[in-house]
Write a protein that binds this ligand. Sequence first.
Ligand code: NG6
Ligand code: CA
Length: 511
Amino acid sequence: MVKNILNALFFVFVLVSCQNKKNVKNEKPNIVIIYADDLGYGDVGAYGATELKTPNLDKLASGGVRFTQGYATSSTCTPSRYGLLTGTYPWRNRDAKILPGTAPLIISTDQLTLPKVLKSKGYQTAVIGKWHLGLGSGNVNWNERVSPGPNEVGFDHAYIMAATQDRVPTVYIENGNVDGLDPNDPIEVSYSHNFEGEPTGQDNPELCTMKWHHGHNNSIVNGIPRIGYMKGGEAAKWNDVEMADHFLAKAQSYVKDHKENPFFLYYAIQQPHVPRTPNPRFVGKSGMGPRGDVIVEADWVIGEFLKTLEEEGVLDNTLIIFSSDNGPVLNDGYYDDAVEKLGNHKPTGGLRGGKYSLYEAGTRVPFIVYWKGKVQPLVSDAVISQVDILSSLAAMVGSDEIGPDSQNLLQVLMGESQMGRDELVLEANTRTAFRKGDWLLIPPYEGPEVYTDVNIEVGNSSEYQLFNLKTDQEQQKNLASEEAELLKEMIASFAKARGDEKKNVEDVELK
Ligand code: NG6
Ligand code: CA
């Protein structure tokens, strides 16, 4: 009798604990953000690329929500990453612009961040890949632990490159320490002067296996001339052609080691930013030269990573968001055939502009949400920005934190609603533009209409520009004079959206 009661109690206990576990599973899925660098709206099969094959991304897109109007907060890297991780528009922070490898951390350690929100709800948090948000507080000694950095703004674990693949220091940093550093060969880094006896791209072209086109003529590492000067740290220097495999292996072991409890992994892959250095396995695979080859490589990496999630039994309990930090650029400073071998491929997907631009191709990027068995396949035309990810994911994990500019669009993110943003401020090199409904306003800006080095129209004009994105996605028809009333309303709404009541308003200069 007693035994029967005990058995029954045990049965109930098992049942309840299984249910609890299941509940926990559904409420707290693992979260992975895979973030590409300079991948254009049209660089993915699911977004219309036909010449370039991206089967793994296409699988995510066809099995999840594919946003046709998903935006990065800026058309360059640092500000976009700032917006993604802080839920704050980058133009509120005057330091949120393309940073040198020696720049101090631009996220304040007491600022709200996405990893902090998730950590407060029990998540383990990690960043693997490109950082580019600054490290330390000025005058970093790379031979000691570098701090503050990702660990001080919410990431339990960080395995990063400091800035970009084309900037020194060309070493990996694990939780603040340069990976593989030989203390007898200390690292020195400067963005103002070279070190005695060190060759440069400018003076020693014979040592370069990749030729620079503009910029990129300082220290030479692995035959590639970079931005900035560096001496020492020989054993710690990364191998460019193995970078994709290296970050992948780190991401895979992170999943294996942390799968027992909910984790958040911000996996910031380096492709297809310059210098484009496909692993030899991918050379020639796209027929488009290195830019196409590293996109094929990136797609493969994502496929391998998904396999790991599946093999480790966590794929159906992992929410995956894929996007890019800004739009595409072909020649971004090296001769690498990106222009010459492009053929019929359209990295912008027909949008105007590109990286550095206030036109759509600068900030409208591939944006995919995938959660096997949970998120239903959908092509969503809702307007959503990466700045909204913080508040939306906070809501998902039961936190009521709201980022300063971040809207809770959880239902939109999950494909349950298409009521996206009505208004959005876009940014390019500290200039801003304003979207409201289907309309896009670019105020007059001085400066060149085209950045000639990269051959991209950046949006500067002496006139107001007003486009209807519904009828004129290519932004060919400026309706500013035709729609004079609307123009006035848009200018007023834009001024309001830039916000008098928001903090750091003294940093904001509205043109
Ligand atoms: C520019 C670099 C470009 C790229 C960019 C940052 C030159 C001439 N150009 O200054 O090559 O590194 O900065 O790109 O140096 S981002 O995607 O990280 O914003
Ligand atoms: Ca970028």
